[in-house]
Design a protein around this ligand. Structure first.
Ligand SMILES: [Zn+2]
Length: 139
């Protein structure tokens, strides 16, 4: 059931990724549990993991988002409570953020990565199937 799906615009794919949907067709339910992703989309057939090590990009996105949130929350805590910053409370809260946020953001980082990576490298599968109409035709 793949091959006929048009390549989405980057913004559309990222928007679908932010809501844990298939970046190509928008199908919901591609996660069996919070962190367990299907191998391919049941609607358009997009295979999510293209090769070994593919999810390194998702890990990088997850790390960047977690540390950005960490820095913003740390700065906000310092600014709001200055000069009597409750360092122990800030430390405990930010440790909790650094443990929980990567787990909560894990599926979103994966679908965001698929959307971004596929946008720049094409939507065709490594075996050539699933070529999108907007993708360049092979010679
Ligand atoms: Zn799909």
């Amino acid at each position: 059931m793949n091959g006929a799906w048009p390549a989405p615009r980057l913004v559309t794919g990222l928007g679908r990724g932010l809501t844990r949907r298939c970046p190509r067709c928008g199908q919901v339910g591609i996660f069996r549990r919070w962190v367990s992703m299907a191998e391919q989309c049941p609607r358009c057939g997009l295979r999510f993991e293209r090769a070994d090590g593919y999810w390194t990009g998702a890990i990088a996105i997850n790390l960047l988002v977690t540390e950005a949130v960490f820095v913003v929350l740390l700065a906000a805590a310092i600014i709001v409570t200055w000069p009597d910053v409750p360092w122990t409370l800030v430390l405990v809260a930010l440790i909790a953020v650094n443990i929980l946020l990567p787990i909560l953001f894990h599926p979103i980082s994966r679908t965001l990565w698929v959307a971004a990576e596929r946008h720049f490298h094409g939507w065709a599968e490594p075996d050539g199937s699933g070529e999108s109409p907007r993708s360049p035709a092979p010679d």
